[in-house]
Design a protein around this ligand. Structure first.
Ligand code: IMP
Length: 191
């Protein structure tokens, strides 16, 4: 089954492929000729996922899905949240984002946080949303070389090491995106 995943991020693509398994041919934005950045003007993850999926559907008419993820830190009132990609700078600078997060949490003992992924699926013109959440804490220093983004700082609940210390398979099994994609898989297979 052919379906457009509104991303060009190869990390995400391989994570989602691994969770969805055989039977789904995932096509990237580049492969359907969308090379421009899709504007993410929503105030919430839910709005942004929907904006991206509708953008792709309007231009291609193909079944598609888009995700939006944020790291929500309790002591920072849910920040960086919808601004996770551009927390420190305008340009997806993971290292700078991690440094800023450590600075903002300096001296704060409540390190509770969660990753939340929202996926908007448009199939036959009908839209539905699923989400996935993983709870955890923010470490006091970075650890690990796997993954991307805030992975070196995020310790999932029940573990004593960060996402960046885990293999892709271990992370996928418990991650926000892994859980959201599992829900997506259920929705796709129900039809
Ligand atoms: P996006 O909506 O998936 O592009 O995610 C927005 C931002 O959240 C990314 O630029 C990363 O900084 C962060 N992020 C998303 N997913 C992950 C993850 O699995 N691990 C660590 N950081 C992530």
């Amino acid at each position: 089954m052919k379906i457009v995943f509104a991303t060009n991020n190869t990390h995400k693509l391989s994570e989602v492929r691994a969770v969805l398994g055989e039977g789904f041919e995932l096509v990237t934005l580049r492969e359907v000729g969308i090379t421009e950045d899709i504007p993410e003007t929503g105030a919430t993850l839910d709005e942004n996922a929907s904006i991206k999926a509708r953008y792709v559907y309007e231009r291609t008419g193909l079944d598609c899905f888009a995700d939006d993820t944020g790291l929500e830190v309790e002591a920072l009132n849910g920040a960086p949240g919808v601004h996770s990609a551009r927390y420190a700078t305008d340009g997806h600078d993971f290292a700078a984002n991690n440094r800023k997060l450590l600075r903002e949490l300096n001296g704060i003992t409540n390190r509770r946080a969660r990753f939340r992924t929202v996926i908007s699926l448009i199939r036959g013109g009908e839209e539905l949303q699923v989400e996935g959440i993983v709870r955890g804490t923010i470490a006091t220093e970075e650890s690990g070389n796997e993954g991307f983004g805030y992975d070196p700082l995020f310790i999932p609940e029940g573990y004593d090491h960060t996402f960046a210390d885990m293999s892709a398979d271990q992370k996928n099994a418990i991650s926000h995106r892994g859980r959201a994609v599992a829900e997506l898989g259920k929705a796709l297979k129900e039809d």
